[in-house]
Design a protein around this ligand. Structure first.
Ligand code: BEZ
Length: 402
């Protein structure tokens, strides 16, 4: 069984990259932040391309910190498997703490752009943060590979903004018709009160009602500061809902699912949600409270393909735990950068951005995917059910949602 979120083992590779990142930051500080992507720490090796400086903007604090840990591990694993190079270039990773939201995340990304002068940025968990840095990234003409944040407006075909994850609306919409078919009666919708929660709910509601479903009510809970869901769960109960759809992730997902169970709704009002609700370390923390929860997502470590089996084995070997969607999204972002730098034959930011349009199909543990016209993955969503398998809870794959 996976380790729980606190105190998970970090690989030697992660530790050494963290040390390298710290060294990079102190070098940049000593030089007044004037290192360019081409010469920062460059040793002239790696096919003569120099060293590409990649900013990894992920939460190291706040409710989404476990997601950031997984993203770092996925990114590190890809580098470890490729001799620490991307597209033949040596790589220097500068880690920036995105924190919980824009107050911390926007300055962290601005620092990557102006002080660290990175050649590309990977990461961003929170949609509000990603929306807050979009313009700065475009103006600086630095390729940004969003490895989680799902805000629908983030991707519009901009040359510099690409996403290896999902759109919030698409994950919610994928589940709508399946819930309309499975549930006899109205469904209540509840979500974190910020861009991602609203978009997830809107995507679900549109697809669910188009398939004939009826909404019993909606509640949006203050993001990052809600600790007691009881008043909201009372509203669900008194609405007469036959089922509940929610968007929560990270620490909020743990608290919500355990309180939903303790409140006694588990057997009364079946729970559906965007798959972040039961993904990774949060599932261990939820324990039996999560059994029977159905979710939609574009990954499960239970996907039964040789490609995923190989990835799961490598990830377990490195970190002693199962991979998550967050790890896969960051792993794939490293792969996309690898292909783009190889295609560009250069670590120049503009050349990398231009080459991103030619990377073709990404061979991912989730299954092969390509970028669509807006620069989001064109991918399969899976229906998952939390099941107890030999004493451990897993997101068992029930089928494709298209
Ligand atoms: C978002 O802010 O877009 C987001 C955060 C966590 C999980 C999924 C989406």
């Amino acid at each position: 069984m996976r380790n729980t979120v606190p105190g998970r083992r970090r690989s030697t590779a992660t530790a050494s990259l963290a040390a390298l990142s710290a060294l990079t930051l102190s070098l940049a500080a000593c030089s007044g932040g004037s290192l360019s992507a081409a010469d920062a720490g460059g040793d002239g090796e790696g096919d003569g391309l120099g060293t590409v400086k990649v900013g990894l903007a992920i939460p190291a604090s706040g409710v989404y910190q476990p997601l950031g840990d997984d993203m770092q591990q996925g990114f590190d694993l890809y580098l470890d498997q490729h001799d620490g190079k991307l597209g033949g270039a040596d790589v220097e990773v500068v880690v920036a703490d995105e924190g919980e939201g824009p107050d911390t995340g926007v300055p962290a990304v601005n620092k990557l752009i102006t002080q660290d002068q990175v050649g590309a940025i990977v990461g961003l968990v929170n949609s509000a943060t990603a929306l807050g840095v979009k313009d700065a990234v475009e103006q600086a003409q630095i390729p940004l590979l969003i490895a989680n944040a799902g805000a629908d407006q983030l991707t519009d075909g901009s040359d510099y903004i690409w996403r290896t994850s999902f759109t919030n609306g698409a994950v919610g919409a994928a589940l709508g018709p399946a819930v309309a078919e499975a549930v006899d009666g109205p469904v209540y919708v509840m979500a974190a009160d910020y861009a991602a929660g609203h978009e997830s709910a809107a995507g679900f509601i549109e697809a669910f009602t188009a398939a004939g479903g009826e909404i019993a009510g909606e509640s949006y809970t203050p993001f990052g500061s809600t600790s007691d869901w009881q008043p909201y769960l009372s509203q669900v109960q008194s609405s007469g809902a036959s089922a509940l759809y929610v968007f929560y992730a990270g620490a909020e997902a743990v608290n919500f699912v355990t309180q939903y169970d303790a409140f006694g709704l588990h057997d009364e009002v079946p729970l559906y949600g965007a798959g972040f609700l039961t993904e990774g370390g949060v599932l261990d923390a939820q324990g039996d409270a999560a059994v029977g929860v159905h979710t939609s997502l574009h990954y499960s470590d239970q996907i039964d393909t040789p490609e995923n089996a190989e990835f799961v084995a490598a990830y377990r070997d490195a970190y002693d735990e199962a991979p998550t969607v967050y790890a896969v999204q960051a792993y794939d972002a490293a792969q996309v950068l690898d292909l783009a730098i190889a295609e560009a034959g250069s670590i120049d930011s503009t050349a990398i951005a231009e080459a991103l349009g030619s990377v073709g199909e990404i061979a991912s543990p989730r299954g092969g995917w390509t970028f669509d016209d807006l620069h989001n993955p064109s991918q399969t969503y899976f229906l998952r059910e939390v099941q107890d398998v030999d004493g451990a809870t897993v997101n068992a794959v029930q089928g494709d949602l298209g």
